[in-house]
Design a protein around this ligand. Sequence first.
Ligand code: F3S
Length: 756
Amino acid sequence: MDVIVARHAGFCFGVERAVQMALQAIEDTEYPQPLCTLGQLIHNPLVVKSLEEKGIYWVQDVEELQNYSPGTLIIRSHGIAPQVLQVVQENGWTVLDATCPYVRYAQTCAALLHAEEYQVLIFGNDEHPEVQGILGHTQGKGYAVSSKAALEEITLKKKVGFLAQTTKQMATFAQMAHFLLKHTKELRIFNTICTVTGERQEDVRRISNMVDLMLVVGGKNSANTRNLVSVCQESGTKVYHIQCPDEIKPQWFINIDKAGIAAGASTPNWIIKEVEELMCEKSEEKKNENNELEEQQDQLQQEETLESVPNQENSEEQDVSDVETPESVSKNEEETGSEVPVEVKEPKEAETDTEQEQDTAEEPHPMEGEEALKYSQMLKSLRRGQIIKGKVVEVKEDGVFVDVGYKTEGFIPKRELEQGQGEDLSEDLQVGEEIYVSFLGMDDEGIARLSKRKADLEQAWETVRNAQKEDTTITGKATKVVKGGLVVDIGLRGFIPASHVAIEYVENLDQFVGQELEMKVLEVEKKNNNVVLSRKKVLEEQQAQMKEETLRNLQEDDVVHGKVTKIVDFGAFVDIGGIEGLLHISEMSWGRIEHPSKVLKEGEELDVKVLNIDQGGERISLGLKQILPDPWDTFISKYQVGDIVDGTITKTVSFGAFMEIENGIEGLIHISQLARRHVETPDEVVSAGQSVQAKVININEGERKVGLSLKEMEVEQQKQEVEKYETQQDEGNITIMDHMNKDDLDKFGIGDLNDN
Ligand code: F3S
């Protein structure tokens, strides 16, 4: 049985800190001054007992503290309510505060929310000391809610603050927060769930998906241990919650190939170690029992062989039931040619075996004398599980005969061929093909029992180990999505955590199932059947190589092809080959752009110009407008000073207004050119978005600036009006209207003209 121990098992930071502080207090406290904890320091009876032996006693509540003369009171990692602390101090006790900093944060959040008149809701169990302590920081005004259903029963106020007991599950907290978002006007959420708890639960979830049985070690009264049990149960794995090693029952491990150990935050390492050792011991005992049984069966078979010719019908193993006679084996040898070289790894000293010698004597070997003895001894030197090289000599329906040298043959039953072997074995294996096999032992007819599947598995482990050692990549096909990542077939079961599937976060991992992936090896633990892989590392390295290559060849003013990776308010990031450059909003278009998303989309491919390479290639500025036709050229060829242009006011500033004449060409109407009258602010005359006509009064080609005037336009219009008026007067069809006084004329500028 393989045993996997969770990486995050045992004391968490907060508990470890509390225990250390308590042990230090023993040294610092002078006898007979009492040393107590309010409640058990940690939820583990063995540790509590051991602390008692060292002189730290625990009391149920403040009342019980009265039984002692004042000494030092250790506040455990759960913390306490400020009201309780006050009573303790008033009673003359010195306080040693071992409240976990994460719990202290939750207390502070609760106090802050209460001070700002929020209705404080705490996702947690109101009987849990940590929750009681946090509630104390709301002057008892907060509520503990144990589930989403309980939350739905609460009458919510306008302002709600939400936090959690540190050991609660994030998924439920998120669901409850989601509910509150919909049902409150003003909500403040503090994620006070301890990251240690989350990591521990994730780890346990991952392992329980890999094993047949989980043992969760920790106090029955420990909330975080009970949560771990729930996590295991969610995965459907058989789970036992124990407090100490002697609760383990051997019958739990019947038919269990792989088991996991998880432990709550209050479980000391020595208990975990003891549990692991005990489980391994049980497993070893079981294995030995099996081996003994197998040896007894082998012996029985050999004895039967001495007495009679093997009876196929009575043969125990189906795979050797139709083993050929020694004569036909010799014939095969003649057909397949000379002896096949044998690769032997770690050969052992040959041992003599009287029964085997007798066995050999019964079955005439094609060799005689010393040579036969030599080969017989070499055969005996093979150990179970040793990998040897052989040559396929015959492919049958139920298995394959392989020449493994030693002047002998071995048989691989169909079930010991590789996984996924087709029905017709001859399609997968050819006579004469060289393969590696694992030696399982000799049968009673001198035929070696072999397994290709086990040899393949061994080779897969070796490949993985080498890949890790030499930091090379391996490939494998993603077979399924599990909680927390992808399972990959690399000749054995590999796992890619979700965070290592790609460089960026991938929401849906299903897209990878069935794909051949290239990966680096992060962790190999054969004992725990654990191989952790990373595709992200491969991608990062490829990206780094590509970046180096790109940078080597990149020059300013180059036009390169790229892909928009991200759009932000001030521009867009464009991947130009393993490296990202910034395309600033001002470099996207000759015209004014409201937002980069109006011009580009994420994933869009485009050509851009390299404007600047800075800080060894870490900052690359790109331009798009530089490779687009320059509207200034068109403008220059089309307009000259004195022309009247149509356009739109784009913005007003203190010194005037900007007007877009053509896409990418803006002119300035200076405040003095906005009207003939005095203008205090440009907004008195124009506003953004307004369509106007203006006169071009200046073109500065060098600085690409255009000066425009509305005042000149007015003069133009007035002149036209006067001309029209004079023409009409000449024709006698118009008279000056009486009600048009001087102010009206001024308004139209006619007065000024007359004055001139
Ligand atoms: Fe603290 Fe987290 Fe442990 S809150 S006590 S470090 S589980």
